[in-house]
Design a protein around this ligand. Structure first.
Ligand code: AMP
Length: 140
């Protein structure tokens, strides 16, 4: 299925573009959480972070930083959030990898933080071990 973002990449749909290179495209979100809310996408139609090659990971990270730097200079917010949703349960609506850059001004209510829970230390240790077991070639 062709995603709405692939249709923006191809030029079939319009977008307020801010940056483009061979692998990535950045444009303003059509329903912004704050002024300047930008999306950085990888051009290939890949659904989530889990699908990206090393080259695409580097390219999207680099574009995210470049656009964030430009946003900070252009609109002078006090900070910004990076949000990246993977899966419907996590709030992903467009299944084409993208990073949200959400400019923030002190005191705004653009984004709700998560609700911190309380951790059981033995559960943390057990979960960390489970995750480490799945990391091929990693060491902690
Ligand atoms: P997510 O929930 O992470 O999948 O976010 C998808 C984002 O894409 C939402 O913030 C939408 O407002 C945004 N969006 C959807 N269609 C368009 C479009 N045609 N142009 C710009 N942003 C869009």
């Amino acid at each position: 299925m062709t995603t709405i973002f692939t249709r923006i990449v191809s030029g079939e749909l319009p977008a307020a573009k801010v940056y483009e290179d061979d692998l990535t495209l950045a444009f303003l979100d059509i329903n912004p959480a704050s002024r300047g809310h930008s999306l950085v996408i990888c051009k290939p139609e890949l659904a989530s972070l889990l699908d990206l090659s090393d080259a695409l990971l580097v390219a999207t990270a680099r574009t995210t930083q470049r656009v964030a730097q430009a946003l900070m200079r252009a609109l002078v917010p006090d900070g910004f959030n990076i949000v990246q949703n993977n899966g419907a349960a996590a709030g992903q609506v467009v299944f084409h990898y993208h990073v949200h850059i959400i400019p923030r001004w002190a005191g705004d209510a653009a984004l709700s933080p998560w609700r911190p829970g309380s951790a059981d230390q033995s559960q943390l240790i057990a979960d960390a071990a489970l995750i480490r077991e799945q990391l091929v070639g990693g060491s902690v």
